[in-house]
Design a protein around this ligand. Structure first.
Ligand code: ATP
Ligand code: MG
Length: 270
């Protein structure tokens, strides 16, 4: 399948790409196909949102595109470099240089302060953060007075913002954000979205963001809709209302499918 995301990417302007990307967990009868032969291109310098029901494969897609997880079949490229089959060391270096990742579960180190968590990936890489950029990130995310706190001393939203700052600290060209506003109040959420939007508009960075919130998706340029491990639709220049409408239509289709042959047990909670 060729998605419109592919059609809108001018030659060479692709930040990440997958072809026939399949990811299965487990094997035999208990195997779960999290991604089912996905073809996708993430255009450079754009803000792409990924939506879909819980369990549809959004996090798995992000992890595979970012080179954080192995694939069962298919190919993945970061820029022009095919990462499937790359040696661990080369993949680590490529990821470190190009990719920032905001995990759904934060993945902060409990024994380090917020400031230490933010600069950890750069410290490991032996690189010094640009102090002006780091200041901007910290102030925008409202973390200035929390820098010496450890994760356990921070609220969920504050931990989310530390994870956000960590992903942005090295000013990566490609930022993956897995539900970055999921734990934030609306004001902090808007600030993170504004920051991601600014990273694209002002700095030419590329953002891919998973969200369940139509209002958050409306900040993107393109929404990809996932269902059961496949990209089933997309929407250019989304508005919150249009996204909500589209999600309702999916629900209707799902209900019909379930009513029709409700024996496959694949209904999801949301
Ligand atoms: N480590 C794993 N082992 C086994 N199955 C897994 C694993 N990780 C994910 N899955 C399964 O793969 C499918 C896709 O999971 P994924 O986390 O990508 O969904 P998601 O769309 O991000 O959901 P959510 O909105 O709840 O975060 C789910 O059915 C999930 O149970
Ligand atoms: Mg997820």
């Amino acid at each position: 399948m060729s998605t419109p995301a592919a059609q809108h990417a001018p030659g060479g302007a692709v930040a990440a790409r997958a072809r026939g990307l399949t990811k299965a967990y487990g094997s035999g009868e208990t195997a779960v196909i999290a991604l089912d032969s996905v073809d996708v291109e993430i255009a450079r310098g754009r803000f792409t949102a990924v939506m879909g029901p819980s369990g549809s494969g959004k996090s798995t897609l992000m992890h595979c595109l970012a080179g954080l997880d192995t694939v069962s079949a298919g190919q993945v490229w970061l820029g022009d470099t095919e990462i499937t089959g790359l040696r661990d060391r080369d993949l680590t270096r490529l990821r470190r240089d190009r990719v920032g990742f905001m995990f759904q579960s934060f993945n902060l180190i409990p024994t380090l302060t917020a400031a230490e968590n933010i600069t950890l990936p750069m410290d490991i890489a032996g690189r010094r953060p640009d102090p002006r950029w780091l200041d901007q990130v910290i102030d925008t995310l409202g973390l200035r007075d929390r820098l010496t706190h450890r994760p356990a001393q921070l609220s969920g939203g504050q931990q989310q913002r530390v994870a956000c700052a960590r992903a942005l600290a090295s000013r990566p060209e490609l930022i993956f954000a897995d539900e970055p506003t999921g734990n934030l109040d609306s004001r902090a959420g808007l600030e993170v979205l504004g920051f991601l939007r600014g990273a694209v508009d002002d700095l030419g960075q590329t953002v891919v963001m998973v969200t369940h919130d139509p209002g958050a998706a409306a900040h993107s340029d393109l929404v990809l809709f996932l269902a059961d491990g496949r990209i089933v639709d997309d929407m250019e220049r989304p508005t919150a209302d249009a996204v909500l409408d589209r999600m309702k239509r999916f629900d209707v289709v799902r209900e019909r499918l379930v009513e029709g042959d409700g024996d496959d047990g694949t209904t999801r909670e949301d």
